[in-house]
Design a protein around this ligand. Structure first.
Ligand SMILES: [Zn+2]
Length: 289
């Protein structure tokens, strides 16, 4: 979810990547495994929630947080199974979801992601290792007694977001298209879209039922009723921004008009990512004629 320092600026600074990532102290980070359904869990550490699916065919991992955390992640998985991480899928490109790619690749995992994850990581000059295998629409894994359907969402958080749906376990990992912590963050520079986020949540609602356990990119396990409430909030905000633009208001005026006031206590982040200002900026850009 973080904009990262480019390779070029890294070279200019002549510092190893670990030094800069190390500005965040990973030592106190603990990996907490939260069981979700059957053999599907999610791992909370620092960065995006990882999905974990274990079984006889091997470990299937969704996202891998930051490179310095790989050892802790491997140790947490090792308490549950002696099988290696065989498949790893990136829900999208951001470094708090892809930072461990290089490490897990060296440990033997094959890393998958949407075509745009790889393309956009190159365009944005990311230092992280991109997925090795990419797909344009969807891909299915037939492992550990379940079918895992990975499919591209409409451009939402970025232009390379996927949902990961465990068909028998009835669990969906949403990446950062959906989060329970703050407003959606829309990375417009990497192809994200406010209106696309609404469409992606529509799709999530469509493929879920009342029992589906939904693992967000950040936050805690959720359900379709909660997703619907977020989608409905975005529809209301959309309509208010349309009215604001029709009245000739600038972006700055729109951001100061209190359009999200009743939602801010629950959803506003204190930082730029997940803030109402950024949400309104993305909405304004999409809805401007
Ligand atoms: Zn993200």
């Amino acid at each position: 979810m973080f904009r990262r320092i480019s390779c070029k600026s890294l070279m200019l600074l002549a510092l190893p990547l670990s030094t800069l990532v190390g500005a965040q102290d990973f030592k106190p980070v603990e990996m907490i495994v939260h069981p979700v359904s059957g053999n599907v869990s999610y791992i909370e550490g620092s960065g995006g929630n990882m999905g974990l699916f274990i079984g006889d065919d091997g470990v299937f991992l969704i996202d891998d947080q930051y490179a310095p955390l790989t050892g802790k992640i491997v140790a947490a998985i090792g308490k549950l199974t002696d099988k290696p991480v065989r498949f790893l899928i990136n829900t999208h490109m951001h470094p708090d979801h892809t930072g461990g790619n290089e490490n897990f690749g060296k440990l033997g995992a094959t890393i998958f992601g949407h075509d745009n994850v790889r393309i956009q990581m190159a365009l944005s000059d990311y230092a992280e290792e991109p997925p090795l295998v990419t797909f344009s629409e969807d891909i299915r894994f037939h492992i550990n007694g379940d079918t895992v359907h990975v499919f591209k969402t409409p451009d939402a958080h970025t232009n390379g977001d996927s949902f990961i749906r465990f068909m028998a376990a009835n669990v969906i990992h949403t990446g950062d298209v959906y989060r329970t912590t703050t407003y959606p963050y829309i990375d417009v520079a990497n192809g994200g879209s406010f209106l696309g986020t609404i469409k992606a949540l529509d799709l999530l609602i469509e493929v879920s039922d009342s029992k589906t356990r939904i693992i967000p990119g950040h936050g805690v396990v959720s359900n379709v009723a909660e997703v619907r409430a977020v989608r409905d909030m975005l529809l209301i905000i959309r309509d208010r921004v349309i009215t604001s633009i029709a009245a000739g208001m600038t972006l700055e005026q729109t951001q100061k008009a209190g359009l999200t006031a009743e939602y801010d206590p629950r959803w506003a982040s204190a930082t730029r990512i997940g803030s109402p200002e950024e949400l309104l900026r993305a909405a304004y850009a999409d809805l401007s004629p």
